[in-house]
Design a protein. Structure first.
Ligand code: KG4
Ligand code: ZN
Length: 347
């Protein structure tokens, strides 16, 4: 079964054709990072406007790639069995453009359509890399710019969140700490790069405790970094945070990046260990944009060994192939959605 999938929940517009949930036959992605860089974060209106401009060209380019892979003179739409699009969660304007594109194509080309949850999609990035090693029950650590969750999958159809953040998402904290340190947007990759040069033991940062040991809390860690930077340069808490970076030297900045990253990775790994002890799992998955973090990948691999599956780097951050994979496994037990009344959900 070949599914044309569309992902547009945030600042990327992506299309992919995925076969049987595991093989990527064609894909195209348009990233808006350069449009938002000057603002130091994503501007939702700019994201939605850009999606309007690139939606059809991205889908067309993906289908042209599929056509050249097949080489032949035929209607490429005959190759497509279904359409999938992310309809939740995300930025409302961004979600609308992708779902409207998918709904229109489903009606025009008379194809079944599946609405997909973005976070569930992230988990399925692993089926694109190593589907043969994945066995239920699965525990998945889902870490992105908007979410931090531990999900238990008993099967493709039976799953639930068993732990989640009580405040900030971990990706958001990487982005905010990067701002304080004067590192460029997006913060995750720039913190991990700076951390490679820094000393992770230099600054002691707190490990928060939650009433439910499978939940996370990161707002205290974010504030702790801010206070530690203020102390280091000798100013009090009233000093404006956007003026701090200019007073840090390169060594201090790299040491803060390394100390923050190692604390964040420790919190994620320790919480995941508790989840595995409590629920047991045949396979442990890592998913979401923060899954691109090298230190996190290494730590989890070391702790969970053969049970751990880590997706390819390019399928960690937002992409359409993971959505096509999730849609395939969903289509094995669920009915398609009605393209005329498919709504978006922002949470
Ligand atoms: O999943 P994603 O692409 O978009 C959302 O669904 O939110 O995740 C984006 C997040 C951003 O916060 C970004 O800073 C973070 O993933 N990220 C990283 C790394 N690469 C991206 N965080 C830590 N280390 C990285 N190497
Ligand atoms: Zn994402």
């Amino acid at each position: 079964m070949k599914i044309l999938a569309i992902e547009s929940s945030c600042d990327e517009f992506a299309a992919a054709v995925v076969e049987d949930g595991t093989r990527v036959l064609a894909e195209t992605i348009y990233s808006q990072i350069d449009l938002h860089k000057v603002f130091g974060g994503i501007v939702p209106e700019i994201a939605a406007r850009s999606h309007v401009e690139v939606a059809i060209p991205v889908v067309e380019e993906c289908l042209v790639k599929l056509g050249s892979a097949n080489s032949g003179d035929f209607d490429i739409w005959n190759e497509i069995d279904a359409i999938a699009a992310v309809n939740r969660p995300g930025l409302s304007g961004s979600l609308l453009i992708g779902t409207l594109t998918a709904r229109t194509l489903a009606l025009l080309k008379n194809k079944p359509i599946y609405a997909i949850d973005h976070m569930e999609g992230h988990v399925y990035a692993s089926w694109l890399s190593d589907s043969n090693r994945i066995k239920f029950p699965i525990l998945a650590l889902v870490v992105s710019g908007g979410h931090t969750q531990i999900m238990l999958f008993r099967s493709h159809a039976d799953y639930e969140a068993i732990g989640e953040t009580q405040d900030d998402a971990i990706g958001e904290v990487f982005d905010k700490v990067a701002k304080v340190l004067g590192l460029p947007y997006p913060g995750g990759p720039s913190i991990s790069e700076a951390a490679e040069r820094g000393d992770p033991e230099k600054y002691q940062l707190p490990i928060p405790k939650c009433a439910n040991p499978l939940n996370f809390s990161f707002s205290g860690l974010k504030t702790a970094v801010l206070r530690a930077v203020q102390t280091e340069i000798g100013v009090d808490h009233t000093f404006p945070s956007f003026e701090l970076a200019a007073r840090l030297n390169a060594f201090q900045r790299d040491d803060f990046a390394a100390s923050f990253q190692s604390t964040a990775v420790k919190i994620l790994t320790e919480t995941m260990k508790r989840a595995v002890d409590q629920y047991g799992a045949e396979t442990i998955l890592l998913a979401g944009g923060v899954a691109a973090n090298k230190e996190l990948r290494n730590q989890l691999q070391e702790v969970f060994g053969d049970k751990m599956i880590i997706p390819e780097l390019r399928y960690c951050t937002d992409n359409a192939a993971m959505i096509g994979s999730r849609a395939y496994f969903l289509s094995q037990y669920a009915k398609p959605d009605n393209p005329l009344d498919l709504e978006i959900g922002v949470n």
